[in-house]
Ligand binder design. Structure first.
Ligand code: GAR
Length: 198
C-alpha cells in the first residue's frame, strides 16, 4: 500500500504537528512528507528534524506585501514534497484564494474555537469576554474564506470562572492534539463525516 503524503505547515511551537506526525505510523494510511514553516525561529522545525522528518522554511518577511511571491515560493517547497494532503497546524499566514484553489479540498486547518464562533485571532480571550460557558477547537477543510469551510471535527471544554486566555488555552490544546489526528486519519481514509469530542 502506498501511503498518503501529508505536509504540515507551522509557524510556532508545533505541538499539533508533533501529535499529527506521531500518529502517522503503523497501519495509518498516511505519512508526514514535510514540515514547512514560514518562520525561521519556529520551534517545531527542530522537533520535526529530531523526528527524522524533512523540513523546509520559506520566510514570509523578505516578500513584504508580495503575497503572490511568498505563496509561489511556498508552493515550490510544498510541491517538491508531492503532498496529497496539507495540514495547517498553527500556521499563522492567511492564504489567498489562488493558493487554496491549487489544493482544493486537500487543505485542513485546526482553529482554537468552536467555529463558526471566533474566526481570526485571540479566540480564547474573546470567548471569555463574551461570558461563554464552553470553548474548544475545530478542524475544518480550508476554503477561500478565513476559518470557514466544512467542519470535520470539534472538541469542547468548559470555561471555568477565573479562566484566563492562558488557562483556557492549556485546557483546549490537549484536545487539539486528540482531535486533529483523529480527523486527519479519517480524511486520509476518504471519510469526511463529523467527529466530536469528548
Ligand atoms: C494552536 O492552538 C492552533 O489551534 C492555533 O495555534 C496554536 C498552535 O500551537 N492556530 C491558530 O490560531 C490558527 N489561526 P502549536 O504550534 O503548538 O501546534
Amino acid at each position: 500500500m502506498s501511503h498518503k503524503r501529508v505536509a504540515i505547515l507551522i509557524s510556532g511551537s508545533g505541538s499539533n504537528m508533533v501529535a499529527l506526525a506521531e500518529s502517522m505510523q503503523g497501519d495509518h494510511p498516511a505519512r508526514t512528507c514535510l514540515v514547512l514553516s514560514n518562520r525561521p525561529d519556529a520551534g517545531g522545525l527542530a522537533k520535526a528534524a529530531a523526528m527524522g522528518i524533512p523540513t523546509a522554511m520559506v520566510d514570509h518577511r523578505p516578500f513584504g506585501r508580495d503575497r503572490a511571491g511568498f505563496e509561489a515560493a511556498l508552493r515550490d517547497a510544498l510541491d517538491a514534497a508531492r503532498p496529497d494532503l496539507i495540514a495547517l497546524a498553527g500556521f499563522m499566514r492567511i492564504l489567498t484564494p489562488e493558493f487554496v484553489a491549487a489544493y482544493a479540498g486537500r487543505i485542513l486547518n485546526i482553529h482554537p474555537s468552536l467555529l463558526p464562533n471566533y474566526r481570526g485571532l485571540d479566540t480564547h480571550a474573546r470567548a471569555i469576554a463574551a461570558g461563554d460557558t464552553e470553548a474548544g477547537c475545530t478542524v475544518h477543510e480550508v476554503t477561500p474564506e478565513l476559518d470557514d469551510g466544512p467542519i470535520l471535527g470539534q472538541a469542547r471544554v468548559p470555561i471555568l470562572s477565573g479562566d484566563t486566555p492562558e488557562t483556557l488555552a492549556a485546557r483546549v490544546l490537549p484536545m487539539e492534539h486528540r482531535l486533529y489526528p483523529l480527523v486527519l486519519r479519517r480524511v486520509a481514509e476518504g471519510e469526511r463525516g463529523l467527529i466530536t469530542l469528548p
